[in-house]
Design a protein around this ligand. Structure first.
Ligand SMILES: Nc1ncnc2c1ncn2[C@@H]1O[C@H](COP(=O)(O)OP(=O)(O)O)[C@@H](O)[C@H]1O
Ligand SMILES: [Mg+2]
Length: 553
């Protein structure tokens, strides 16, 4: 007779990773009509930029969106990257957790190998149609239409043909991806593909990005620098940044004959001397094969890692954008009256993961956002040069920016100023809060370093711009008072019976005098060295800059 457990377990089966993400697509950023569209563009464009950078190519990326019906669009994304070899095309677009980046400790935009197969899946889920891929590594153009076999996490090829390159496209190298999407919406605004690409251009001044929006308007974000960033280098992980789970999985996958060699060659900064030191702290010989290590033994090793003194991790894997590059991009895209950028020196988070902070400030010109109520500040968050448009509330960058008292640096009410604040976190491992990769976890080291960088640019702003800015503000106040003095003089004349012209002259002299001494400004002026009395300048930038996230998972 079947037991209760038998009945319960008759439906027990394994599910594929694609099946998991089909049910939990919000984890990949597919939630809400606006966000889902931006996610698709993000996945395609980050791959193009990654591929170009690794191949040492100056990227030319084109994105087109066409409206086919209500909540129904066609997209075409094209790059001039290295192309994808025929034998890998089906895994790239049809298999999740497959890619060239996951196993390498390398600073690229992609990490897990689920981005573009997620696009194939989302397109298929909403339209029932395949994705079209045209790619060339230089010799022939391969054209493939494919879908994903969800239960098998495998590509299903619908059609495939190879064409020798015709003379007019001879030498074309790159990848073009075309597909349809439903249940998505294109809207101009903070979370739109347009905004995503504008920010991408800011953080990637070496890229040329062309975007055609559904209304047929084409925008070109020209490159402002011609140098290709140095190709990223893979660096071995540092033992201090390793968890037991990391170590256990790395050991399982390793084919080293003994744990000593595994430790020496899989991590940075573990020398033979350090291996001996570690061995003296654990209760088993390191002659053992690493793929047979037990969980408890990995725990012992990680405990030893914590006690041993290693050299600090190497920073060569980090590739910041660079101060000059950020500044050039800001000047070309925001055309501000004032801008200043800072790249800090690299540091370490979570014990052993190198990271680096870059910040910038732009004031005036096209900086900030324009609204019906006047200018507003904007915060541009980036992780490894990729814009983060969603989930601002829980992000380390937002937290750091909001903890700064901007009034100390001469920006009284930052949220109402035409100011753009730019923060890029660079790391071989960004601690994202979810697979949607839109916000950075509250790592104390990261938050502190962003704060220091912001204070530094704040001081710079104060020195070079705030005085000028205050003078302008005073001038505006004076103009306003002068404008109203005529009416005031008229009213006073009626009340007192005196000559309005004379009253007006006297009022003008009074205003001039007060502005000469700056008296009008004293009440809201603060000594930057003194502790602040009122809570000024802070405000909450998330509220002002980002609005509510659409469709949070
Ligand atoms: N436009 C492209 N040009 C060249 N290679 C690409 C392109 N898009 C994707 N790839 C390859 O496909 C792999 C899988 O991409 P993806 O699913 O987005 O994962 P990830 O970017 O996290 O590795 C990448 O690691 C890369 O090797
Ligand atoms: Mg990717």
């Amino acid at each position: 007779m079947a037991t209760d457990a038998d009945k319960l377990f008759k439906d027990f089966k394994e599910i594929s990773v694609t099946e998991f993400f089909r049910k939990n697509k919000a984890h990949l950023g597919y939630s809400g009509a606006i966000r889902s569209l931006t996610t698709v563009i993000h996945e395609l464009v980050t791959n193009s930029l990654d591929a170009c950078e690794e191949a040492g190519i100056l990227p030319e990326v084109t994105v087109e969106l066409h409206e086919l019906g209500e909540e129904h669009y066609r997209f075409v994304e094209k790059d001039n990257g290295p192309g994808i070899p025929l034998k890998h095309i089906s895994s790239v677009f049809g298999k999740m957790l497959a890619g060239t980046k996951f196993h390498r400790n390398i600073q690229l935009r992609g990490q897990q190998g689920i981005g573009v197969s997620g696009v194939t899946m989302f397109s298929q889920m909403t339209t029932g149609k395949p994705l079209k891929i045209r790619t060339s590594t230089g010799t022939e153009i391969n054209e493939i239409e494919m879908m994903v076999d969800i239960s098998k996490n495998k590509a299903e090829i619908i059609s495939q043909n190879a064409a020798e390159q015709s003379p007019d496209v001879a030498g074309w190298r790159g990848t073009e991806i075309e597909g349809e999407l439903k249940d998505v919406v294109y809207k101009q605004g903070e979370k739109s593909p347009y905004e995503y690409l504008r920010r991408t251009a800011l953080a990637n001044p070496h890229a040329r990005i062309t975007f055609t929006s559904p209304d047929g308007k084409t925008t070109v974000f020209e490159r402002s620098v011609q140098d290709i960033p140095n190709p990223p280098v893979a660096v071995l992980p540092h033992p201090k940044g390793i968890t037991v789970d990391d170590l256990f999985n790395m050991a399982r996958a390793s084919d080293f004959r003994n744990t000593s060699a595994f430790l020496k060659h899989s991590f940075s900064r573990i020398s033979s001397a350090k291996v001996h030191e570690i061995e003296s702290m654990v209760g088993f010989p390191l002659k053992r094969r690493p793929n047979g290590l037990k969980w408890e033994e990995c725990e012992q090793l990680v405990r030893a890692f914590k006690k041993v003194k290693f050299l600090a991790p190497s920073m060569e894997g980090l590739r910041p954008i660079g101060e000059t590059q950020i500044n050039n991009a800001m000047l070309s895209i925001l055309d501000p009256q004032f801008s200043h950028c800072q790249s800090r020196s690299p540091l370490v988070h979570s014990g052993g993961v190198p990271f680096q902070i870059e910040v910038g400030i732009a004031y005036g010109g096209s900086a900030g956002r324009k609204t019906a109520e006047g200018p507003r500040a904007e915060l541009l968050r980036f992780a490894n040069r990729s814009p983060l448009l969603f989930d601002a509330g829980g992000c380390a960058i937002t937290k750091a920016v909001n903890s700064i008292k901007w009034s100390r640096y001469g920006i009284k009410k930052i949220e109402e100023e035409p100011v753009t604040i730019f923060v890029n976190v660079v790391s071989t491992y960004i601690p994202y809060t979810s697979a949607g990769k839109q916000s950075i976890a509250y790592e104390q080291e990261i938050i502190e370093e962003i704060k220091k960088a912001l204070m530094e640019i704040g001081r710079h702003f104060e020195r070079h711009h705030a005085r000028k800015h205050r003078a302008m503000e005073m001038e505006n106040k004076k103009k306003a008072l002068m404008k109203y003095s005529k009416e005031v003089a008229g009213a006073l004349a009626k009340l007192t019976g005196k000559d309005s012209k004379e009253l007006l002259e006297n009022l003008k002299i009074l205003i001039e005098k007060r502005f000469e001494t700056g008296a009008l400004d004293i009440e809201d002026e603060q000594d930057p060295e003194k502790p602040e009395i009122k809570k000024a300048g802070g405000g909450n930038l998330t509220d002002y800059m980002e609005g509510e996230d659409e469709g949070k998972p």
